[in-house]
Write a protein that binds this ligand. Structure first.
Ligand SMILES: Cc1cc2nc3c(=O)[nH]c(=O)nc-3n(C[C@H](O)[C@H](O)[C@H](O)COP(=O)(O)OP(=O)(O)OC[C@H]3O[C@@H](n4cnc5c(N)ncnc54)[C@H](O)[C@@H]3O)c2cc1C
Length: 497
């Protein structure tokens, strides 16, 4: 990759190129039977680029997504609807944001009803999804309203959230009502809903099909395997969602810069960050449908908490030059304080003496029956650290942030400990060497695809095997078992094998 040539023939030379084309590659918008080549409604699709990528040898796939109609706020009868306020203490996106207390605008709740569903059913034949006009797969967890009415026909209603689009304009997003039904049907559907009887649609809902590049063609840095110096990020990799796109953009950008500086790549692991889970899923398994980063996909989700992001990833931030030495030293000291306090709590035995029981009672806390440690007490639901700090004065000296971390760590202590053991086991397993003459075909249970890939790449260790796209954690476990067996057989005297 040496740069980009625009449709007007202008050349932009670049050492690194990151493509983030969203839904624009061969984008095809559907509203009823109407189709138009757009990347978003009213914006041109990117056709030549998609063909160009296919010519360069990239395997291409096709997905779809959709959106709901937007309404003019002035035409909604809010008096009939239930208002939902924002979070009272919204978590901050960044550790550096201080005094975050924005004025919140409410959302409003309404529901579809039997007549909405009847209207939709009558028009199934005009819905591109059902008429065969759209064949590609959409996001499983954001189905269109026609899909919901079809698949969940026993439901009498579906909840809709009316969300203000921006602070300054009075346009509302009808969350839950993604649709590609014809314009006139969308109007009837909207008018059948409580509070929206006279609502005016400012923008219609639509479905869009677009090309993507199956992400098994990527390295973990998000650089393509086929073409050095070309990186892909966002929806082009088969994901959907703002955070997914932003996270990939960040990683592709970081790695492109690191590579320009001849520095080692930054690959986050599954036990370090959701970004690590997402990138690993994408490059090793690929995706057959628009991919969303669900916390449930992360086996180490108890460690990947929003509250400990800075503690988890601070070392990387510092290494990248994005956190100064003073702050990093402070961060390391905080980590040490948390570790030390947890250790002290573990070593503190609390016996149900009369005095202890009285103190617990005075503080309105459930009594203890048996001797326990500080971690147990601190981890109890509704347990206030103030009570424990009466027994353990050192807790009084800790900042609220540290105390909060300790409380969380205590609450999930046993589970976190189990996850840490499993991470350590995995790290140890990845160190296992693979003999060059290892016969993968004899490892039944690996599956044909994994077997072919391993034979082709001949990795020297399980770690190298784990870096091959399509090799899953389950494959690694099978392989480890056979490697163990292989070792055992080698050690046995020849006649007893
Ligand atoms: C209708 C709709 C509703 C959505 N609603 C939500 C939601 O509520 N919540 C959520 O989390 N996600 C939502 N998503 C998904 C989310 O918007 C996308 O996944 C995310 O924005 C993708 O980011 P991206 O950077 O990959 O692409 P985009 O944000 O789509 O950006 C792609 C950019 O590339 C430019 N481009 C494309 N081709 C070319 C070219 N050849 N030359 C120059 N420029 C080009 C385009 O102009 C565009 O600016 C929605 C998506 C759609 C389509």
């Amino acid at each position: 990759m040496v740069g980009v040539k625009s449709a007007l023939g202008k050349e932009y030379r670049a050492k690194k190129v990151i493509l983030t084309t969203g839904t624009f590659l061969q984008g095809l918008v559907h509203i009823g039977t109407h189709q138009s080549q757009n990347g978003r409604f009213g914006e041109s699709a990117s056709v030549a680029l998609s063909l160009n990528l296919a010519d360069l040898g990239f395997e291409m796939g096709r997905l779809k997504t959709g959106t709901c109609p937007r309404l003019s706020g002035a035409s909604i009868d809010f008096s009939q609807l239930e208002a939902h306020g924002g979070d009272l203490n919204p978590p901050k996106f960044s550790h550096y944001t201080k005094d975050f207390n924005p004025t919140q605008l409410p959302c409003f709740i309404t529901y579809t009803n039997e007549s909405t569903h009847a209207l939709i059913r009558q028009n199934f034949h005009l819905a591109p999804m059902f008429s065969g006009q759209i064949e590609s797969v959409g996001p499983r967890y954001c189905p269109s309203i026609e899909d919901k009415v079809y698949r969940f026909h026993e439901k009498e209603r579906h909840q809709l959230f009316l969300e203000p689009q921006t602070r300054s304009c009075s346009e509302y997003y009808v969350n839950g009502l993604s649709t590609s039904l014809p314009f006139e049907v969308q109007e009837q559907v909207i008018h059948s809903i409580k509070g929206l009887e006279h609502a005016q649609i400012t923008r219609y809902g639509y479905a869009i099909e677009y090309d993507f590049i199956p992400p098994t063609q990527l390295k973990r840095t998000l650089e393509t395997r086929q073409m050095a110096n070309l990186y892909l990020a966002g929806q082009i990799n088969g994901t959907t969602g703002y955070e997914e796109a932003a996270a990939q953009g960040l990683m592709a950008g970081i790695n492109a810069c690191l590579s320009l500086q001849n520095k080692p790549e930054l690959v986050l692991h599954r036990d370090e960050a959701y970004i690590g889970v997402m990138v690993d899923d994408l490059v090793s398994k690929g995706t057959q449908e628009p991919y969303r980063m669900f916390t449930s996909r992360a086996e180490y989700r108890l460690l990947l908490r929003e509250d400990n992001a800075r503690l988890r990833l601070g070392a990387h931030t510092h290494a990248l030059g994005l956190m100064d030495d003073t702050e990093y030293t402070e961060l390391c000291a905080q980590k040490e304080q948390i570790r030390g306090a947890l250790e002290r709590l573990k070593q503190t035995a609390i016996t149900p003496t009369k005095e202890v029981l009285k103190r617990l009672k005075d503080a309105n806390q459930t009594p203890i029956n048996d001797k326990c440690d500080g971690v147990f007490l601190m981890g109890r639901e509704n347990f206030s650290p103030d009570v424990l700090s009466e027994f353990l004065g050192f807790l009084n000296t800790l900042e609220p942030f540290i105390l909060e971390q300790i409380k969380i760590e205590c609450k999930y202590h046993d589970y976190i400990a189990k996850q840490s053991v499993s991470i350590a086991k995995m790290a140890q397993m990845l160190n296992t060497p693979i003999p060059l003459d290892f016969d993968y075909k004899k490892s039944t249970g690996l599956g044909l695809e994994a077997c072919e890939k391993l034979e082709k790449f001949r990795p020297k260790s399980l770690f190298e095997a784990s870096q091959i796209s399509g090799i899953t954690p389950a494959n690694l476990e099978v392989l480890q078992l056979y490697l163990h067996l292989h070792q055992k057989l080698k050690k046995m005297p020849h006649e007893s094998r």
